[in-house]
Design a protein around this ligand. Structure first.
Ligand code: SAH
Length: 503
């Protein structure tokens, strides 16, 4: 059976800009051929596929168009489902027609899945809708790559100069002198407003507003490299007022999130939403405990405790999963009371339809310990905890006359050596913020990065985490007042809005 080829548009770069159809094609692909403009993060939609980079990407060989066509044909003939992933839209300045024609000639089934092309993305991400009704009733997509005046040129600059609408130039960075000169010479006014949008939709998007006559100067002066779109026409006048992307509070900031990978999203997502570029470098790793038998013994007589106390979401999940794998279910918990150190831990219980009996107002162990200690005398507490962590709960409860048992339901260990690229960026002072969301993370970061941590700003989740940093001789630039992930995000935003941008 022959396979099928999907020519899929990846959009302008932001991984959220791929279409639902495009993501579905990636999910079923056996092989993905992608070019360098397609954000590799989008490839996570294709976890099982073989991935081939066919673009200008440094290390990989550069494939010619016929190499690509031949490979698409061969793979489809072998019965494979193939995605050819292209930046933007696969049919806009992307040689999609050549690929489709080659497939058609061989009788291979194909589908073209449109994508958000750079012109439209640039207009929206920079706040200059290209057919703004006050300014333009038409828009033209133009390549800046053609040599103006060359004999076989398809571009008529005089017609473009007269065009009653917005002109959008693709691939116009290296050739900016030629196409701007041709347009001006053809009679387009040098005062026509223009907007250069580089790496649109990406965390380092740049947009530069200037008259057409200045576009070439701006590109040279700022040494702008591709990819950039240049929008020429009155429609871009809307941009300063309508721009939103680069006005987000954390736009242009690089933030290192150091939680374990499976938990990074809870912090990374809100930071991205606010415009930050998020880098991930887990400082600790979570794994199963080396010995389940104390947990199993405690769970087998779980009714004998008055309270179960959870200090993290990991603890909740590990405990309830273990209960289930012992062949029991939530009914085993019966009337035992449940306490959690914070709201995220409480939410983890609620995901199992369990409502905690106690969540302290401020999310720290000290506060929970104080609340539980009030009526602890003679009561039995089971603390379901990490292999390392603060002892304050056990100590306070024991001092209050409670019978305390602790079991390790998950291991927390320092992550192995960090990604050298992250270390280098930190050492070079290129990372604006590092989040420190537990004391164990603080200590591990100290081992991982040492003095480089002085070249960034640290954001801690609580005074306890700040103390752990102090032991390393470090002080945070921001400390959360609500001791959870949204508190960390809020602390960073507060610090930024006070203009504490230099250290
Ligand atoms: N098929 C693509 C265009 C490929 S041609 C599309 O539909 O968007 C490559 C040109 O696209 C670049 O030179 C640049 O002009 C433009 N481009 C692609 N991605 C871009 C981005 N994120 N920001 C600005 N321009 C981009």
């Amino acid at each position: 059976m022959t396979g099928k080829v999907y020519l899929v548009g990846a959009g302008p770069g932001d991984p959220g800009m791929i279409t639902v159809r495009g993501a579905a094609c990636l999910a079923k692909a056996h092989v993905v051929l992608y070019d360098y403009l397609a954000n590799p993060l989008i490839l996570s939609h294709a976890p099982k596929a073989e991935l081939l980079c066919v673009g200008k990407h440094g290390q990989t060989k550069i494939w010619t168009q016929s190499d690509i066509n031949n490979r698409l044909i061969k793979l489809a003939q072998q019965g494979q489902v193939v995605v050819r992933l292209k930046g933007g839209d696969p049919a806009v300045f992307a040689r999609g027609a050549e690929e489709a024609a080659a497939l058609a000639a061989e009788g291979i089934a194909y589908e073209i899945v449109p994508g958000v092309t750079a012109a439209l993305a640039a207009g929206s991400f920079a706040g200059a809708p290209i057919t703004h009704r006050d300014y333009a009733s038409a828009a033209a997509l133009i390549t800046g790559q053609e040599q103006p005046g060359k004999q076989e040129s398809l571009l008529d600059y005089e017609a473009l100069a007269r065009f009653p609408g917005t002109l959008v130039f693709y691939m116009g960075v290296t050739t900016v002198d030629a196409w701007t000169a041709a347009l001006l010479q053809a009679g387009k006014s040098g005062d026509t407003p223009a907007l250069i949008v580089r790496r649109c939709s990406m965390p380092d998007q740049q947009s530069i507003f200037c008259p057409l006559a200045e576009v070439a100067n701006e590109i040279h002066r700022r040494r702008l490299r591709p990819p950039a779109i240049v929008i020429v026409g009155d429609a871009v006048q809307a941009a300063p007022a309508l721009s939103w992307f680069d006005k987000r509070p954390l736009f242009g900031r690089k933030v290192l999130v150091t939680r374990p990978n499976h938990q990074a999203d809870g912090l990374a997502d809100p930071l991205r939403e606010l415009g930050a570029e998020v880098l991930l470098q887990p400082a600790i790793e979570i794994s199963e405990p080396t010995d389940w038998s104390p947990v199993d013994a405690a769970l087998s007589q779980v009714q004998s405790y008055d309270w179960l106390v959870f200090s993290s979401k990991n603890g909740v999940n590990a405990t309830l999963d273990r209960l289930r794998s012992l062949g029991r279910d939530l009914r085993a918990l019966g009337g035992v009371k449940l306490a959690t150190v914070g709201q995220a831990t409480a939410d983890a219980l609620r995901a199992y339809h369990l409502e905690p009996d106690l969540v302290p107002e401020r999310f720290i162990a000290d506060e929970l310990a104080a609340a539980l200690a009030q009526d602890a005398s003679g009561k039995r507490f089971l603390l379901l905890r990490a292999s390392r962590g603060r002892e304050v709960l056990a100590e306070t409860l024991t001092a209050a006359g409670a019978i305390v048992e602790q079991v390790v339901v998950y291991n927390s260990t320092d992550a192995p050596a960090p990604d050298p690229k992250i270390s280098a960026a930190l050492a070079a002072g290129e990372i604006d913020w590092v989040t420190v969301t537990s004391s164990a993370i603080a200590r591990s970061l100290g081992t991982m990065f040492g003095a480089s941590l002085k070249k960034t700003r640290l954001a801690t989740i609580s005074p306890q985490t700040t103390s752990a940093l102090a032991e390393l001789g470090l002080a945070p630039a921001a400390e959360a007042t609500q001791y959870d992930m949204s508190g960390v995000v809020a602390a960073i935003c507060r610090s930024e809005s006070r203009g504490e941008n230099e250290f």
